[in-house]
Design a protein around this ligand. Structure first.
Ligand code: ADP
Length: 185
């Protein structure tokens, strides 16, 4: 599924984030930035040791923030390491704010580095336990708000959903948002 937001394209695909040809891919990292399972493990395995070497120098990353490194051997030039909330630790309200912040900060860091295309996984919805039905509208709305307000920066944001279920949840969330936008206009 694909929609236009201003000059930019927002795209949903089912796939593997490590295989994307966007200029940057986002990692669902943990605050240590020293590796983990899920997306994090897959990115470090595919990108090689150069990514971890740079991560070691960054001194970690706060929840809701994002930091950038090389993409190592990946097709993407950069990895943006974003730290989403642990759902049960923060509770729904604070978790929503921190999740939105992780997406927003990733887009800001990308823009600062002149990145035109970026791919996101579904941050916090694996080990960090964020229910995907709740996370999807927050993720999508945050990206849409950013793209609506930016000035000629990012041209492509791709959500790479892991498996059919994740893809279906994001499609439904995006359709809902689009339907509401139509009513509002
Ligand atoms: P977090 O700790 O932020 O929850 P995880 O990596 O555990 O991060 O999971 C985040 C989401 O990424 C989950 O929905 C998981 O299914 C998905 N995922 C796992 N591997 C990949 C991959 N290679 N590409 C894209 N998404 C992935």
């Amino acid at each position: 599924m694909q929609i236009q937001i201003g000059q930019a394209t927002l795209e949903l695909v089912e796939g593997d984030i490590t295989q994307q040809d966007t200029e940057a891919i986002v990692n669902a990292a943990n605050p240590s930035l020293l590796g983990g399972g899920g997306v994090d493990g897959a990115i470090h395995r595919a990108g090689g040791p150069a990514i971890l070497e740079e991560c070691r120098k960054l001194g970690g990353c706060a929840t809701g923030d994002a930091k950038i490194t090389t993409g190592g051997r990946l097709r993407a030039r950069y990895v943006i390491h974003a730290v989403g909330p642990v759902y049960r630790r923060e509770g729904p309200t604070k978790a929503a704010q921190l999740l939105a912040s992780a997406y927003r900060r990733s887009l800001e860091v990308a823009t600062e580095h002149g990145v035109k295309s970026i791919a996101f996984p579904s941050i916090s919805t694996g080990a960090y336990g964020y229910p995907m039905e709740e996370a999807a509208p927050i993720a999508l709305q945050t990206v849409i708000n950013f793209l609506e307000h930016q000035q000629d920066g990012i041209q492509l944001v791709r959500f790479v959903l892991y498996g059919q279920r994740a893809y279906a949840i994001y499609v439904q969330a995006l359709q809902r948002i689009m339907a509401q936008r139509t009513v509002a206009n």
